[in-house]
Design a protein. Sequence first.
Length: 566
Amino acid sequence: MDELISNSLILSKSVLIILSLLIIARCLRSLLSERYEAETWAYLRLGQELLPVTHWENLIGRSRGADIRVDRARVSRVHAVLTRNARGQWAIYDIFSRGGVWINGIKLGPRGAVIEDGDQINLGGTRLRFQNLSADKGRQLAEKRTSAGHRVSPFGTLLELSVFQIFLLLQHALVGGEHLPMIALCFGALLALEWFCYSSMRLLDRSGFEIETLAFYLSSLGLSVAASSVPEDLFKQMLLTIAGVALFLLTGWWLRSLRRVTAVRTLAALAALGLLAVNIVFSEEILGARNWLSFGGYSFQPSEFVKVLYLYVGASTLDRLYRRQNLFSFMIFSAVCVIALALIGDFGTALVFFVCFLVMSFLRSGSIATVLLALTGAGMAGVLAVSVRPHIAQRFASWGHVWEDIYGAGYQQARAMSAAAAGGLFGKGAGAGWLKNVVAADTDMVFAVVCEEQGLIIALCMVLAVLALAFFAVRAARYGRSSYYAIAACGAMAMLMTQTALNIFGTMDLLPFTGVTFPFVSRGGSSLLSCWMLMAFLKGSDTRRGASFVVSPLRFDEEDAGGEQA
């Protein structure tokens, strides 16, 4: 009997590794090798030349980086912004050009102006004629674009993921235990949830499902970790996963309209600051940090939801990016958020916010000087934080010296590294590890837990899944319909990548231990919900036909225009 269990365990390990590599490879191929064809929304005629308008927000100028390049001597490098609203109307804004902008012979004011089909635009003496697309023409162009998922079937990838989850459940069954029926029920619910999500997308003519597949892959490993460490709370973890997917869909629906998005940006900023203020005033200090709030017997981490609100507020439409006061207000908002996190002692999350701020600041301003200034300020703030927060200074002091004090400051990391090494390439099997019994192992050191139970290969696949999403975000940003979606997607991945790096390198003592979670895998409701919501920003940036929440595959009407600009 023992030999049968041992052989079954070896078989399940091999199958899990093969399926993990297949799932990641298929998603990578689909996300990175498919054609990202430009969408045409209108045209500008320059003499005999027809210039396509390929975004909802377009920078017009002489610069090589302009969306619509007009290479004439009297045209400024950055001359104007052309935008489309929810009703299919176009507007143009002068962004401090030398020669000014005229519409049908009337000079443009600071508030911009609406333009219509056939209107003449004069950029410092260079004349262009605007040609809008009819709905029929727009649909014809959309039909010519390649559908998402045409190279790699998302159905096949999801089928492989389902088999992966069944073999993961088999490993828990081989270990046995009184909680096995609940573990089986929760894995069954996860299978039903992902297939329901896939079927719903197909009913809506959405053929791209790679982002969701990678998120479900990571969530499967997270469910396995929860089943090993706290099986009595597994049902709660599954309910939180369902809630996370619901928030992912709800956030995606909300992002369809940029007018809706920009209308409540101020309220979102106030909500973020309000959550942090409540955290500072009402939370209790635990191990030097005050980042948890308890309400009605349940606890949650406000900073996880502030992440989503921060991205929501920080991303901006193109016509607002060139107003200097908007960048300054974003920097002030960022500084207040980071200071608040420092006050509650959440050093890890403050670092995640800061990296996200650097990425978004560069995308918003294009200025290396802005980033260097922020880095200088952060260095000074870091020195101050270490001097006034003893637990932060202690973590820096133990960095690289955990083996010198394995029963004190290095207790968690020394055991995490030992467990990860014990797991080898193939792991001991789900539920068979011992690191899960160490405090915060299934949250702050979850990478080591996966290494011990599933092996280094699957742990690295877990990292590759996050990297695949990051590569996609960078590639999709070049083709984004709106700068809002591009900035938000890159900001979301900056957060998730920083969390991943801090969790892994902190656990392995390559960086100071900061106690941040691994996206989707670490146990914890607040982190799981925020990660699913961040995926909505990533999904919204996808410009492939039939892949995004934002535009229907073959429709070209006001619902698909994304929203009126602020």
